[in-house]
Design a protein around this ligand. Sequence first.
Ligand code: ADP
Ligand code: 5RP
Length: 410
Amino acid sequence: MHLSLGIDFGTSGARAIAIRPDGKIEAQAAVSYTSNLAQTWLETLWQLLRNLPEVVRNHLDRIAINGTSSTVLLCDRAGRPITEPLLYNDARGVSVLERIRAIAPADHPVVSSTSTLAKLLWWQENCEDFSQARYLLHQADWLAFQLHGQCGISDYHNSLKLGYDVEHFNYPSWLPLQELLPIVQEPGSAISPIQSSIAQAFNIPADCRIHVGTTDSIAAFIASRASTSGEAVTSLGSTLVLKLLSDTRIDDTRYGIYSHRFGKRWLVGGASNTGGAVLKQFFTTEELIELSDRISASQESPLDYYPLLKPGDRFPINDPELMPRLEPQPLDRVEFLHGLLESMARIEAQGYRLLESFGATPLKQVFTAGGGAKNSAWTAIRHRQLGVSVSEAVQTEAAYGTAYLALEGI
Ligand SMILES: Nc1ncnc2c1ncn2[C@@H]1O[C@H](COP(=O)(O)OP(=O)(O)O)[C@@H](O)[C@H]1O
Ligand SMILES: O=C(CO)[C@H](O)[C@H](O)COP(=O)(O)O
């Protein structure tokens, strides 16, 4: 029995799913975390492996890891972090945005205060130990490096917001600091066998191969098995991420729209900072289930919020200073939750409308992934707002998508 293991590092936790060659799930494990520190991720990785049954570890044939897109680390020549990670939504790079605008094409995804390039240039200007930096690595790259031991390897999904040219498969000449940038492979392609020390420590076969991964929301897209242009996956995790499979490519930084290469087609979309993290601020998981059951989803809520934890959004409004709008808050908690879910559904619908208006393949159907996918009231609200079929994907876990990516490639 040959098993493929996908490991998903999300915003608030990590999950591992092992699948058989026919796609059936053999085993899974999950570990949550409250701090996004490199050491925490590392301990989580080891814990996830330990939590898998030994018989499963004995049969691992390939492993790939996905991380949150544009969550990055600066490392020394041994791959040791010289800074704590900067997370996907960290907008401190706003201070170097003019520098980026001066060198990058106008609609390139690096032209954003949260882009990976913005984080790298911010480090260049503000990190005291920058002279020790040898590798810029994404979360997924750094964690996979712990398994395969070759520092400085990435994939072209994670590297898009760093500036990698996914049409010509190279770093464009205008990109600075190229000596720090990882070598880029096709997502899902093999890197090398697992390091023997790790194989021995976890009873994993010595010939188990580590493959390059992808980003968390692309992994969720792959898990859904959507394959027709016009099909989309919305990830309702801590954030709200839209991915529409399109024959045409679209990039427009005014609205935070960008395109990932997906075989011969494109995954167009964007990521908003609204989403489950805001719901979590007001409701427990139990309350979300109980109060959602009491929502009249067929009625549109008149409450018009822009739910954010802090100022700033990336898509469909790309404005690092956009203010959250969470008033008025009715005393009735059901009404309040209805207003939040309705407002997020409006943001999602506005996002898909924008993609279509810029020439993406028209939206036909939406699959949902992430913690919010099971909320049937929200699904009904979203169906009313989006006007197309909305359903939970058969497989919603990014870890499943990454296991499948390692198995089948792009
Ligand atoms: N019943 C529910 N309705 C709506 N949202 C939910 C529900 N249960 C969980 N969530 C949201 O799902 C999010 C967690 O989803 P997950 O996909 O694990 O996120 P991530 O990997 O981005 O941290 C939480 O922020 C939570 O608010
Ligand atoms: O918001 C996120 C963190 O959960 C998403 O990972 C992210 O921003 C989407 O990026 P990409 O399109 O590159 O996968």
